[in-house]
Design a binder for this molecule. Structure first.
Ligand code: SAM
Ligand code: SF4
Ligand code: F3S
Length: 465
Protein backbone atom coordinates (compact mmCIF):
# COMPACT_ATOMS: atom_id res chain seq x y z
CA UNK A 1 0.00 0.00 0.00
CA UNK A 2 1.22 3.51 -0.83
CA UNK A 3 1.78 5.73 2.18
CA UNK A 4 1.32 9.47 1.69
CA UNK A 5 3.54 11.11 4.29
CA UNK A 6 1.47 13.47 6.41
CA UNK A 7 2.12 17.26 6.52
CA UNK A 8 2.78 16.83 10.27
CA UNK A 9 5.57 14.32 9.62
CA UNK A 10 7.07 16.59 6.93
CA UNK A 11 7.00 19.47 9.45
CA UNK A 12 8.69 17.23 12.05
CA UNK A 13 11.49 16.53 9.54
CA UNK A 14 11.87 20.28 8.84
CA UNK A 15 12.26 20.85 12.58
CA UNK A 16 15.30 18.49 12.53
CA UNK A 17 16.79 20.61 9.70
CA UNK A 18 16.33 23.71 11.86
CA UNK A 19 18.02 22.00 14.82
CA UNK A 20 20.94 20.98 12.58
CA UNK A 21 21.34 24.48 11.17
CA UNK A 22 21.50 25.80 14.75
CA UNK A 23 24.24 23.26 15.57
CA UNK A 24 26.17 24.36 12.47
CA UNK A 25 25.61 28.09 13.07
CA UNK A 26 28.41 28.15 15.64
CA UNK A 27 31.02 27.14 13.08
CA UNK A 28 33.34 29.68 11.44
CA UNK A 29 32.47 28.40 7.91
CA UNK A 30 29.39 26.53 6.68
CA UNK A 31 29.59 22.72 6.66
CA UNK A 32 30.27 21.18 3.27
CA UNK A 33 28.30 18.32 1.73
CA UNK A 34 29.25 16.24 -1.28
CA UNK A 35 26.38 14.43 -3.06
CA UNK A 36 27.22 11.94 -5.83
CA UNK A 37 24.21 10.66 -7.76
CA UNK A 38 24.47 7.58 -9.99
CA UNK A 39 21.79 6.29 -12.39
CA UNK A 40 18.71 7.66 -14.09
CA UNK A 41 16.88 11.00 -14.09
CA UNK A 42 14.63 9.76 -11.28
CA UNK A 43 17.72 9.42 -9.10
CA UNK A 44 19.03 12.82 -10.22
CA UNK A 45 15.68 14.24 -9.14
CA UNK A 46 16.04 12.51 -5.73
CA UNK A 47 19.56 13.96 -5.55
CA UNK A 48 18.10 17.45 -6.02
CA UNK A 49 15.84 16.83 -3.03
CA UNK A 50 18.77 15.54 -0.94
CA UNK A 51 20.64 18.75 -1.80
CA UNK A 52 17.53 20.82 -1.04
CA UNK A 53 17.32 19.28 2.45
CA UNK A 54 21.07 19.70 3.04
CA UNK A 55 20.85 23.37 2.01
CA UNK A 56 18.02 23.78 4.52
CA UNK A 57 20.35 22.36 7.18
CA UNK A 58 22.82 25.13 6.33
CA UNK A 59 25.26 23.12 4.17
CA UNK A 60 27.27 24.39 1.24
CA UNK A 61 28.38 21.94 -1.46
CA UNK A 62 31.73 20.59 -2.64
CA UNK A 63 32.59 18.91 -5.94
CA UNK A 64 34.66 16.19 -4.27
CA UNK A 65 34.48 14.23 -0.99
CA UNK A 66 37.82 15.69 0.11
CA UNK A 67 37.28 17.95 3.12
CA UNK A 68 33.49 17.41 3.10
CA UNK A 69 31.59 17.04 6.39
CA UNK A 70 28.81 14.96 4.83
CA UNK A 71 29.24 12.61 1.84
CA UNK A 72 26.16 11.01 0.30
CA UNK A 73 26.20 8.39 -2.46
CA UNK A 74 22.79 8.17 -4.13
CA UNK A 75 23.12 4.81 -5.89
CA UNK A 76 21.76 2.88 -8.90
CA UNK A 77 21.20 -0.89 -9.08
CA UNK A 78 20.08 -1.32 -12.68
CA UNK A 79 23.22 -3.12 -13.90
CA UNK A 80 26.19 -4.76 -12.20
CA UNK A 81 28.66 -2.14 -13.48
CA UNK A 82 26.58 0.63 -11.85
CA UNK A 83 26.92 -1.16 -8.49
CA UNK A 84 30.64 -1.85 -9.03
CA UNK A 85 31.26 1.86 -9.57
CA UNK A 86 29.58 2.67 -6.26
CA UNK A 87 31.61 0.04 -4.37
CA UNK A 88 34.81 1.36 -5.99
CA UNK A 89 34.01 4.94 -4.94
CA UNK A 90 32.99 3.80 -1.44
CA UNK A 91 36.29 1.95 -0.97
CA UNK A 92 38.20 5.10 -1.91
CA UNK A 93 36.39 7.03 0.86
CA UNK A 94 38.13 4.99 3.57
CA UNK A 95 41.21 7.24 3.43
CA UNK A 96 39.11 10.41 3.60
CA UNK A 97 37.36 9.12 6.70
CA UNK A 98 40.73 8.25 8.27
CA UNK A 99 41.83 11.88 7.70
CA UNK A 100 38.55 13.24 9.04
CA UNK A 101 36.81 10.85 11.48
CA UNK A 102 33.92 13.33 11.94
CA UNK A 103 32.91 12.93 8.29
CA UNK A 104 29.38 11.47 7.94
CA UNK A 105 29.23 8.96 5.07
CA UNK A 106 25.80 7.94 3.84
CA UNK A 107 24.65 5.56 1.10
CA UNK A 108 21.10 5.76 -0.25
CA UNK A 109 19.16 5.11 -3.45
CA UNK A 110 18.25 1.92 -5.29
CA UNK A 111 21.16 -0.30 -4.22
CA UNK A 112 20.25 0.08 -0.57
CA UNK A 113 16.80 -1.45 -1.09
CA UNK A 114 18.51 -4.85 -1.58
CA UNK A 115 19.25 -6.89 1.55
CA UNK A 116 22.45 -8.49 0.21
CA UNK A 117 23.87 -5.04 -0.62
CA UNK A 118 23.07 -3.68 2.84
CA UNK A 119 24.80 -6.73 4.37
CA UNK A 120 27.86 -6.15 2.19
CA UNK A 121 28.07 -2.49 3.22
CA UNK A 122 27.65 -3.47 6.89
CA UNK A 123 30.49 -5.99 6.73
CA UNK A 124 32.96 -4.60 4.20
CA UNK A 125 32.59 -0.82 4.50
CA UNK A 126 32.70 -0.05 8.24
CA UNK A 127 33.42 3.61 7.48
CA UNK A 128 29.84 4.02 6.18
CA UNK A 129 27.69 5.56 8.94
CA UNK A 130 24.27 5.71 7.38
CA UNK A 131 22.33 3.58 4.88
CA UNK A 132 18.79 4.56 3.90
CA UNK A 133 16.43 3.29 1.22
CA UNK A 134 14.51 5.21 -1.45
CA UNK A 135 11.41 5.33 0.77
CA UNK A 136 13.32 6.88 3.68
CA UNK A 137 14.67 9.81 1.65
CA UNK A 138 12.40 12.35 3.35
CA UNK A 139 13.79 11.35 6.77
CA UNK A 140 17.30 12.61 5.92
CA UNK A 141 17.10 15.51 8.44
CA UNK A 142 16.27 13.11 11.29
CA UNK A 143 19.01 10.69 10.20
CA UNK A 144 21.69 13.42 9.98
CA UNK A 145 20.58 14.85 13.33
CA UNK A 146 21.01 11.35 14.79
CA UNK A 147 24.57 11.23 13.41
CA UNK A 148 25.44 14.62 14.87
CA UNK A 149 24.16 13.75 18.32
CA UNK A 150 24.89 10.01 18.57
CA UNK A 151 27.38 8.42 16.16
CA UNK A 152 25.79 4.96 15.94
CA UNK A 153 25.68 3.30 12.53
CA UNK A 154 22.12 3.38 11.17
CA UNK A 155 20.58 1.14 8.50
CA UNK A 156 17.16 2.55 7.69
CA UNK A 157 15.65 0.40 4.98
CA UNK A 158 11.89 -0.19 5.08
CA UNK A 159 9.73 -3.01 3.75
CA UNK A 160 7.23 -0.41 2.50
CA UNK A 161 5.58 -0.70 -0.94
CA UNK A 162 6.36 2.96 -1.45
CA UNK A 163 5.75 6.42 -0.10
CA UNK A 164 4.84 9.80 -1.56
CA UNK A 165 6.41 12.69 0.33
CA UNK A 166 5.27 16.12 -0.92
CA UNK A 167 6.84 19.45 -0.12
CA UNK A 168 10.54 18.53 0.08
CA UNK A 169 12.87 21.41 -0.80
CA UNK A 170 14.58 21.05 -4.20
CA UNK A 171 17.95 22.41 -5.28
CA UNK A 172 17.81 22.02 -9.06
CA UNK A 173 21.01 21.07 -10.92
CA UNK A 174 20.03 23.16 -13.91
CA UNK A 175 18.02 26.37 -14.01
CA UNK A 176 16.68 25.83 -17.56
CA UNK A 177 15.63 22.16 -17.25
CA UNK A 178 13.34 21.02 -14.44
CA UNK A 179 12.87 17.30 -13.74
CA UNK A 180 9.51 16.69 -12.11
CA UNK A 181 8.52 13.17 -11.00
CA UNK A 182 4.86 12.49 -11.72
CA UNK A 183 4.88 8.97 -10.34
CA UNK A 184 7.17 6.58 -8.51
CA UNK A 185 7.82 2.84 -8.63
CA UNK A 186 6.87 0.26 -11.22
CA UNK A 187 4.40 -2.62 -11.48
CA UNK A 188 5.62 -4.12 -14.71
CA UNK A 189 8.18 -6.62 -13.46
CA UNK A 190 10.05 -7.02 -16.73
CA UNK A 191 11.90 -10.23 -15.99
CA UNK A 192 15.41 -8.71 -16.22
CA UNK A 193 14.73 -5.57 -14.19
CA UNK A 194 15.47 -4.72 -10.55
CA UNK A 195 13.55 -1.41 -10.51
CA UNK A 196 10.18 -2.75 -9.20
CA UNK A 197 12.02 -4.41 -6.28
CA UNK A 198 13.97 -1.29 -5.28
CA UNK A 199 11.45 1.44 -6.09
CA UNK A 200 8.27 -0.23 -4.87
CA UNK A 201 4.79 -0.29 -6.40
CA UNK A 202 3.59 2.22 -8.98
CA UNK A 203 2.04 5.32 -7.40
CA UNK A 204 1.07 8.65 -8.91
CA UNK A 205 1.34 12.12 -7.44
CA UNK A 206 -1.82 14.21 -7.30
CA UNK A 207 -2.24 16.25 -10.47
CA UNK A 208 -2.59 19.47 -8.47
CA UNK A 209 0.79 18.88 -6.76
CA UNK A 210 2.47 18.29 -10.14
CA UNK A 211 0.89 21.36 -11.76
CA UNK A 212 1.93 23.52 -8.79
CA UNK A 213 5.51 22.25 -9.10
CA UNK A 214 5.57 22.91 -12.85
CA UNK A 215 4.28 26.46 -12.32
CA UNK A 216 6.88 27.11 -9.63
CA UNK A 217 9.70 25.77 -11.86
CA UNK A 218 8.52 28.02 -14.72
CA UNK A 219 8.41 30.98 -12.34
CA UNK A 220 12.00 30.16 -11.36
CA UNK A 221 13.03 30.37 -15.03
CA UNK A 222 12.73 26.77 -16.29
CA UNK A 223 11.87 26.36 -19.98
CA UNK A 224 12.38 22.61 -20.36
CA UNK A 225 10.07 20.54 -18.17
CA UNK A 226 10.76 16.79 -17.87
CA UNK A 227 7.95 14.64 -16.44
CA UNK A 228 9.47 11.54 -14.88
CA UNK A 229 8.21 8.04 -14.16
CA UNK A 230 9.20 4.46 -15.00
CA UNK A 231 6.11 4.25 -17.20
CA UNK A 232 4.52 7.68 -17.49
CA UNK A 233 1.85 6.28 -19.84
CA UNK A 234 0.11 4.67 -16.89
CA UNK A 235 0.09 7.88 -14.82
CA UNK A 236 -3.03 8.57 -12.77
CA UNK A 237 -4.82 5.22 -13.15
CA UNK A 238 -5.52 4.97 -9.43
CA UNK A 239 -6.52 8.65 -9.25
CA UNK A 240 -9.09 8.53 -12.06
CA UNK A 241 -7.01 10.65 -14.39
CA UNK A 242 -4.51 9.94 -17.19
CA UNK A 243 -1.21 11.04 -18.67
CA UNK A 244 -3.06 12.61 -21.66
CA UNK A 245 -5.11 14.73 -19.26
CA UNK A 246 -2.01 15.81 -17.35
CA UNK A 247 -0.18 16.72 -20.58
CA UNK A 248 -3.11 18.78 -21.82
CA UNK A 249 -3.31 20.70 -18.52
CA UNK A 250 0.40 21.46 -18.47
CA UNK A 251 0.28 22.41 -22.14
CA UNK A 252 -2.42 24.98 -21.28
CA UNK A 253 -0.12 26.84 -18.86
CA UNK A 254 0.78 30.12 -20.57
CA UNK A 255 4.27 31.02 -21.78
CA UNK A 256 6.81 29.45 -24.15
CA UNK A 257 8.31 26.29 -22.65
CA UNK A 258 8.76 22.62 -23.55
CA UNK A 259 7.37 19.43 -22.06
CA UNK A 260 9.25 16.13 -22.34
CA UNK A 261 8.76 12.85 -20.47
CA UNK A 262 10.67 9.68 -19.62
CA UNK A 263 9.95 6.70 -19.91
CA UNK A 264 7.12 5.43 -21.96
CA UNK A 265 6.19 1.72 -22.13
CA UNK A 266 5.11 0.55 -25.61
CA UNK A 267 2.27 -1.56 -24.17
CA UNK A 268 0.61 1.63 -22.84
CA UNK A 269 1.39 4.00 -25.75
CA UNK A 270 -2.21 4.18 -26.89
CA UNK A 271 -3.59 6.05 -29.92
CA UNK A 272 -5.44 8.37 -27.55
CA UNK A 273 -2.15 9.29 -25.87
CA UNK A 274 -0.32 9.77 -29.18
CA UNK A 275 -3.19 12.00 -30.38
CA UNK A 276 -2.89 14.10 -27.20
CA UNK A 277 0.88 14.46 -27.69
CA UNK A 278 0.33 15.47 -31.34
CA UNK A 279 -2.18 18.12 -30.28
CA UNK A 280 -0.08 19.61 -27.45
CA UNK A 281 2.25 22.05 -29.19
CA UNK A 282 4.56 22.36 -26.15
CA UNK A 283 5.27 18.64 -25.99
CA UNK A 284 8.57 17.80 -27.69
CA UNK A 285 8.49 15.88 -30.94
CA UNK A 286 10.51 13.09 -29.39
CA UNK A 287 9.36 9.59 -28.50
CA UNK A 288 11.66 7.48 -26.35
CA UNK A 289 9.95 4.11 -26.70
CA UNK A 290 12.15 1.32 -25.27
CA UNK A 291 11.65 -1.83 -27.36
CA UNK A 292 14.36 -4.01 -25.70
CA UNK A 293 14.23 -6.74 -28.39
CA UNK A 294 12.88 -7.40 -31.88
CA UNK A 295 12.17 -11.08 -31.18
CA UNK A 296 8.66 -12.06 -30.07
CA UNK A 297 10.05 -15.07 -28.22
CA UNK A 298 12.42 -12.88 -26.20
CA UNK A 299 9.82 -10.14 -25.61
CA UNK A 300 7.59 -12.80 -24.05
CA UNK A 301 10.41 -14.08 -21.83
CA UNK A 302 11.11 -10.46 -20.86
CA UNK A 303 7.44 -10.09 -19.79
CA UNK A 304 7.03 -6.96 -21.91
CA UNK A 305 3.35 -7.52 -22.85
CA UNK A 306 3.65 -6.44 -26.52
CA UNK A 307 4.99 -8.06 -29.64
CA UNK A 308 6.98 -6.83 -32.59
CA UNK A 309 3.86 -6.23 -34.71
CA UNK A 310 2.26 -4.09 -31.99
CA UNK A 311 5.46 -2.07 -31.59
CA UNK A 312 5.73 -1.46 -35.34
CA UNK A 313 2.07 -0.47 -35.52
CA UNK A 314 2.63 2.06 -32.69
CA UNK A 315 5.66 3.52 -34.49
CA UNK A 316 3.63 3.75 -37.71
CA UNK A 317 0.83 5.61 -35.93
CA UNK A 318 3.28 8.02 -34.24
CA UNK A 319 4.93 8.82 -37.58
CA UNK A 320 1.59 9.29 -39.34
CA UNK A 321 0.50 11.78 -36.66
CA UNK A 322 3.84 13.51 -36.02
CA UNK A 323 5.96 13.14 -39.18
CA UNK A 324 8.77 15.37 -37.85
CA UNK A 325 9.27 13.38 -34.64
CA UNK A 326 12.49 11.74 -33.46
CA UNK A 327 12.38 8.17 -32.16
CA UNK A 328 14.85 6.71 -29.68
CA UNK A 329 14.87 3.38 -27.84
CA UNK A 330 16.60 1.02 -25.38
CA UNK A 331 17.91 -2.40 -26.45
CA UNK A 332 19.17 -5.28 -24.32
CA UNK A 333 21.59 -7.71 -26.00
CA UNK A 334 22.16 -11.24 -24.66
CA UNK A 335 19.02 -11.80 -22.59
CA UNK A 336 19.14 -15.39 -21.14
CA UNK A 337 18.30 -17.89 -23.86
CA UNK A 338 18.59 -15.36 -26.68
CA UNK A 339 19.96 -17.00 -29.83
CA UNK A 340 21.70 -15.36 -32.76
CA UNK A 341 18.42 -15.77 -34.69
CA UNK A 342 16.59 -13.75 -31.99
CA UNK A 343 19.34 -11.15 -32.08
CA UNK A 344 18.96 -10.89 -35.88
CA UNK A 345 15.27 -10.06 -35.28
CA UNK A 346 16.45 -7.10 -33.16
CA UNK A 347 18.78 -5.99 -35.96
CA UNK A 348 16.00 -6.23 -38.54
CA UNK A 349 13.66 -4.23 -36.27
CA UNK A 350 16.12 -1.39 -35.88
CA UNK A 351 16.73 -1.40 -39.65
CA UNK A 352 12.98 -1.27 -40.22
CA UNK A 353 12.25 1.49 -37.67
CA UNK A 354 15.43 3.54 -38.20
CA UNK A 355 15.76 5.06 -34.73
CA UNK A 356 17.47 8.43 -34.37
CA UNK A 357 19.59 6.98 -31.58
CA UNK A 358 19.69 4.00 -29.24
CA UNK A 359 20.71 3.26 -25.66
CA UNK A 360 22.22 -0.22 -25.82
CA UNK A 361 22.99 -2.55 -22.91
CA UNK A 362 24.39 -6.05 -22.50
CA UNK A 363 22.11 -8.08 -20.19
CA UNK A 364 23.23 -7.88 -16.59
CA UNK A 365 21.98 -10.49 -14.13
CA UNK A 366 20.08 -8.95 -11.21
CA UNK A 367 19.56 -10.91 -8.02
CA UNK A 368 15.92 -11.70 -7.24
CA UNK A 369 14.58 -11.09 -10.76
CA UNK A 370 12.86 -13.83 -12.84
CA UNK A 371 15.71 -13.77 -15.36
CA UNK A 372 18.16 -14.80 -12.64
CA UNK A 373 16.79 -18.35 -12.84
CA UNK A 374 16.73 -18.59 -16.65
CA UNK A 375 19.42 -20.67 -18.42
CA UNK A 376 21.96 -18.39 -20.05
CA UNK A 377 24.26 -20.50 -22.22
CA UNK A 378 25.73 -17.79 -24.51
CA UNK A 379 29.22 -16.65 -23.48
CA UNK A 380 30.08 -13.07 -22.56
CA UNK A 381 32.48 -12.95 -25.58
CA UNK A 382 29.69 -13.97 -27.96
CA UNK A 383 27.31 -11.38 -26.46
CA UNK A 384 30.07 -8.78 -26.86
CA UNK A 385 30.32 -9.66 -30.56
CA UNK A 386 26.55 -9.23 -31.04
CA UNK A 387 26.69 -5.95 -29.13
CA UNK A 388 29.40 -4.56 -31.44
CA UNK A 389 27.40 -5.69 -34.47
CA UNK A 390 24.37 -3.80 -33.15
CA UNK A 391 26.43 -0.67 -32.58
CA UNK A 392 27.82 -0.69 -36.10
CA UNK A 393 24.37 -1.19 -37.68
CA UNK A 394 22.95 1.70 -35.61
CA UNK A 395 25.95 3.92 -36.34
CA UNK A 396 25.22 3.70 -40.04
CA UNK A 397 21.51 4.41 -39.53
CA UNK A 398 22.20 7.28 -37.08
CA UNK A 399 24.64 8.99 -39.48
CA UNK A 400 21.90 9.68 -41.99
CA UNK A 401 19.16 10.49 -39.48
CA UNK A 402 20.34 14.04 -38.80
CA UNK A 403 20.78 14.89 -42.51
CA UNK A 404 17.00 15.42 -42.77
CA UNK A 405 17.26 18.57 -40.64
CA UNK A 406 19.84 20.33 -42.87
CA UNK A 407 18.38 23.43 -44.56
CA UNK A 408 15.45 23.65 -42.09
CA UNK A 409 14.90 26.44 -39.59
CA UNK A 410 14.01 25.05 -36.14
CA UNK A 411 12.93 26.65 -32.87
CA UNK A 412 15.84 25.97 -30.52
CA UNK A 413 15.97 26.31 -26.74
CA UNK A 414 19.41 27.67 -25.89
CA UNK A 415 20.83 25.60 -23.00
CA UNK A 416 24.37 26.95 -22.53
CA UNK A 417 27.80 27.10 -24.10
CA UNK A 418 28.69 24.61 -26.84
CA UNK A 419 30.59 21.38 -26.37
CA UNK A 420 32.30 21.32 -29.76
CA UNK A 421 33.68 24.80 -29.32
CA UNK A 422 33.39 26.98 -26.20
CA UNK A 423 32.72 30.05 -28.34
CA UNK A 424 29.47 28.47 -29.63
CA UNK A 425 26.15 28.14 -27.84
CA UNK A 426 24.29 24.85 -27.58
CA UNK A 427 20.57 24.21 -27.62
CA UNK A 428 17.86 21.62 -28.23
CA UNK A 429 15.48 21.35 -31.17
CA UNK A 430 11.82 20.37 -30.65
CA UNK A 431 13.04 16.78 -31.26
CA UNK A 432 15.50 17.10 -28.33
CA UNK A 433 18.39 16.98 -30.82
CA UNK A 434 21.46 19.01 -29.83
CA UNK A 435 22.42 21.94 -32.08
CA UNK A 436 25.44 24.22 -31.72
CA UNK A 437 25.38 27.77 -33.13
CA UNK A 438 27.14 31.14 -32.76
CA UNK A 439 25.44 33.74 -30.55
CA UNK A 440 25.68 35.96 -27.50
CA UNK A 441 25.56 34.39 -24.02
CA UNK A 442 22.45 36.36 -23.11
CA UNK A 443 20.48 33.95 -25.33
CA UNK A 444 20.99 31.15 -22.77
CA UNK A 445 17.56 30.14 -21.47
CA UNK A 446 15.77 31.69 -24.46
CA UNK A 447 14.20 30.32 -27.63
CA UNK A 448 15.79 31.23 -30.99
CA UNK A 449 15.22 30.24 -34.60
CA UNK A 450 18.26 28.41 -35.94
CA UNK A 451 18.89 27.40 -39.55
CA UNK A 452 20.55 23.96 -39.63
CA UNK A 453 23.68 24.03 -41.82
CA UNK A 454 25.39 20.74 -41.10
CA UNK A 455 24.75 17.33 -39.52
CA UNK A 456 27.42 15.67 -37.38
CA UNK A 457 26.65 12.16 -36.14
CA UNK A 458 25.80 13.29 -32.60
CA UNK A 459 24.63 16.88 -33.09
CA UNK A 460 23.73 19.60 -35.59
CA UNK A 461 25.48 22.85 -36.47
CA UNK A 462 23.47 25.93 -37.41
CA UNK A 463 23.25 29.70 -37.54
CA UNK A 464 20.66 32.04 -36.01
CA UNK A 465 17.98 32.79 -38.62
N1 SAM B 1 11.14 2.03 -17.10
C1 SAM B 1 11.87 2.23 -18.25
C2 SAM B 1 11.25 1.45 -19.37
O1 SAM B 1 10.60 0.46 -19.19
O2 SAM B 1 11.51 1.83 -20.47
C3 SAM B 1 13.33 1.86 -18.17
C4 SAM B 1 14.01 1.85 -16.92
S1 SAM B 1 15.60 1.18 -16.88
C5 SAM B 1 16.21 2.24 -15.70
C6 SAM B 1 16.42 1.74 -18.34
C7 SAM B 1 16.86 0.65 -19.25
O3 SAM B 1 17.84 -0.16 -18.63
C8 SAM B 1 15.81 -0.34 -19.67
O4 SAM B 1 14.98 0.16 -20.68
C9 SAM B 1 16.61 -1.51 -20.12
O5 SAM B 1 16.96 -1.41 -21.48
C10 SAM B 1 17.88 -1.38 -19.29
N2 SAM B 1 17.97 -2.45 -18.29
C11 SAM B 1 17.16 -2.66 -17.23
N3 SAM B 1 17.55 -3.76 -16.55
C12 SAM B 1 18.62 -4.27 -17.21
C13 SAM B 1 19.45 -5.41 -17.02
N4 SAM B 1 19.25 -6.25 -16.03
N5 SAM B 1 20.47 -5.62 -17.89
C14 SAM B 1 20.68 -4.77 -18.91
N6 SAM B 1 19.93 -3.68 -19.15
C15 SAM B 1 18.90 -3.44 -18.31
FE1 SF4 C 1 12.05 -1.99 -15.35
FE2 SF4 C 1 10.18 -2.79 -17.02
FE3 SF4 C 1 9.52 -1.25 -14.95
FE4 SF4 C 1 10.92 -0.24 -16.97
S1 SF4 C 1 8.81 -1.02 -17.09
S2 SF4 C 1 11.34 0.01 -14.81
S3 SF4 C 1 12.19 -1.95 -17.61
S4 SF4 C 1 10.29 -3.34 -14.86
FE1 F3S D 1 19.06 2.94 -11.40
FE2 F3S D 1 17.16 3.15 -9.66
FE3 F3S D 1 17.12 4.61 -11.81
S1 F3S D 1 18.08 1.27 -10.34
S2 F3S D 1 18.19 3.41 -13.34
S3 F3S D 1 18.62 4.74 -10.25
S4 F3S D 1 15.35 3.79 -10.74
Amino acid sequence: MTTRISPEEMARQRSFSEKISRIYENRSSPPLAHVHTFGCQQNVSDGEKIKGMLAQMGCGFSQSPEGADIVIFNTCAVRENAEDRVFGNLGALKHEKAKNPDMIIAVCGCMTEQKHIVERIKKSFPHVDLVFGTNALYTLPELIYGQLTDRKRVFSVSESDGVIAEGLPILRENSISASIPIMYGCNNFCSYCIVPYVRGRERSREKSDIIAEVKQALKDGAKDVWLLGQNVNSYGKELGTSFSELLREINDISGEFRISYMSSHPKDATKELIDAIAECEKVTRHFHLPVQSGSDRILKLMNRHYDRAHYLETVGYIRSKIPDCALTSDIIVGFPGETYEDFKDTLSLIEQVRFDSLYTFIFSLRKGTKAEKMPDPVSAEEKGKWFRELLSVQEEIGMNMYEKYVGKTLRVLCMGQGRTDGTLLTGKTPQNVIVDFAGEKDLIGKFVNVKIEKALNWALLGTID
